[in-house]
Design a protein around this ligand. Structure first.
Ligand SMILES: O=P(O)(O)OC[C@H]1O[C@](O)(CO)[C@@H](O)[C@@H]1O
Length: 479
């Protein structure tokens, strides 16, 4: 069941149970955000108010909130937001270090539909450790957004976190911006989420007409089909001419590529569909890669996102007679569009009046629907991601192999004297001779992190390496 459209029009939900689920969650989001902003819900004393949000999540549980924060957060939001969206320890340390003493007034929102994504789990464990080290009680500052009874939900319930919000199984991660996933962080930053929902609902309405010429999403999907021959033969370069829309292309990258990048069509034929998406913003990119777009390999089409309003009213001034800074941006967009066209490079232009919660909601809804329509045109399922599982499974296998490598090295390192092993010896003892390159990678990584000692040779010449562990773990030996 695919129901993200009901999130902004609950009355369209197929039954009253689902409608109430949506409405109650929305109400809970409003209430909680208002209470946090007003200081009714506060961190443990002596802190008076929450000042920061640390969002922990990945993929669809991060990209929408990141895009919306960059696009719409006011200059001085009631709570500022930062993100942990990876299992990169240095990245996590950086976010926590940047919070500094404000960790005591940070609301940690852990977002995971499945509630079991390893990167998110690791982020949570790292943040909880930072809380312990700072003498803070995580549960009093933790919020979970996840499906009912997921691992994360159960953890949050058992540990008594400050709040829990549901994610619904009929909303996919990459289409979850209008669920609690996107709305709670937005509301806490003082963004008008009612307007976001209204913009999305209006766009959905427009996209329901069967008159193709009046249906923005159908037109967009047909443009993609035209531009890529319906087989993804060209890449989509997304260029918003507005700094605040910088992350739109990154957001769209998941929405489009995870939805359309499929090996099989609905009839089981191998089709290897998809459209590659990249981009950044104009006019910045004109001084980077537009040279190639104009003159180089013709493997793309551009989407210009044009924003008519340059600045809030009353702030504009002319830096030359009759010309504002925004006029330059306008000129750059249309100049580039014409120059590309003159060289047979096609583009789509999407124009919005200004960047507001309403127009951002509408943009999200436009692309969500265009992806759905395009998927129908090319006869694929836009709402699953079987390919992602292969990488996850392989990552699990790497970690399992690492455990075996560690056990072998531990055994050799517990000997008297210690027995340094070559890569071949490690691979043999792990019964994984065919995985010798991976074993080399594992050892190089452990050595770089002071968890293994290279006795001889260097990682530059793998055959010369002899390796052992710095410490022998006798308990593990007999485990
Ligand atoms: O919200 P979750 O369940 O943590 O998943 C995060 C992301 O991981 C994916 O499942 C891909 O691995 C995405 O579809 C999803 O947005």
């Amino acid at each position: 069941m695919v129901g993200h459209y009901w999130l902004r029009s609950p009355k369209l939900a197929p039954n009253s149970f689902l409608r109430l689920q949506i409405e109650n969650t929305l109400e809970a989001v409003f209430q909680f955000a208002n209470d946090v902003i007003s200081g009714k819900i506060k961190p443990p004393a002596p802190a008076e108010r929450f000042t920061q949000i640390l969002s922990v999540g990945i993929g669809g549980s991060a990209l929408g909130p990141q895009f919306v924060a960059e696009a719409l957060a006011p200059d001085n939001p009631p709570l500022k937001i930062r993100f942990i969206d990876n299992t990169d320890p240095a990245g996590i340390d950086h976010q926590i270090a940047q919070l500094g003493p404000e960790l005591a007034t940070t609301l940690v929102i852990v977002i995971s539909k499945s509630g079991g994504t390893p990167e998110t789990r690791n982020g949570l464990l790292e943040v909880q450790k930072a809380f312990r080290e700072a003498g803070l009680e995580f549960a009093k500052q933790g919020v979970a957004i996840t499906q009912e009874n997921s691992l994360l939900d159960n953890t949050a319930r058992i540990e008594g976190w400050l709040a829990r919000f549901p994610m619904f199984d009929w909303v996919g991660g990459r289409t979850s911006e209008m669920s609690a996933v996107g709305l709670l962080p937005a509301a806490l930053q003082g963004i008008d989420i009612k307007e976001m929902l209204a913009g999305a609902a209006l766009m959905d309405e427009a996209n329901r007409t069967t008159v193709v010429k009046n249906n923005p999403a159908a037109l967009l999907a047909l443009c993609w089909y035209w531009a890529t021959d319906g087989i993804g033969s060209k890449d989509m370069v997304v260029l918003p001419y507005k700094d605040s829309l910088l992350l739109f292309s990154r957001y769209l990258q998941q929405l489009v590529m995870e939805s359309l990048g499929k090996e099989f069509d609905l009839d089981g034929n191998r089709v290897n569909q998809g459209i590659s998406v990249y981009g950044n913003k104009g006019s910045t990119d004109q001084h980077a890669y537009i040279q190639q777009l104009r003159e180089g390999v013709h493997n793309f089409f551009v989407t210009f996102i044009e924003v008519l309003r340059d600045r809030p009213p009353g702030h504009d001034w002319e830096l030359e007679p009759g010309v504002t800074c925004g006029d330059y941006l306008f000129g750059m967009l249309h100049g580039t569009r014409s120059a590309l066209y003159a060289n047979d490079r096609e583009s789509i232009s999407v124009t919005v009046q200004e960047v507001t919660p309403r127009s951002v909601g509408a943009l999200v809804a436009l692309y969500e629907r265009a992806v759905g329509i395009y998927a129908s045109l090319v006869n694929i399922n836009a709402y699953h991601q079987p390919g992602v599982e292969a990488g996850k499974k392989a990552a699990g296998e790497v970690l399992a192999l690492q455990k075996r490598v560690l056990a072998v090295l531990n055994e050799a390192s517990c000997k008297e004297p210690v027995e340094p092993l070559t890569l071949e010896e490690v691979a043999d003892r792990c019964h994984a001779s065919e995985d010798i390159e991976m074993i080399f990678k594992i050892i190089a990584h452990m050595a770089a992190n002071d968890r293994a000692i290279i006795a001889e040779g260097s990682c530059g010449s793998p055959r010369s390496i002899k390796v052992f562990l710095g410490e022998c773990n006798v308990d593990e030996l007999y485990a």
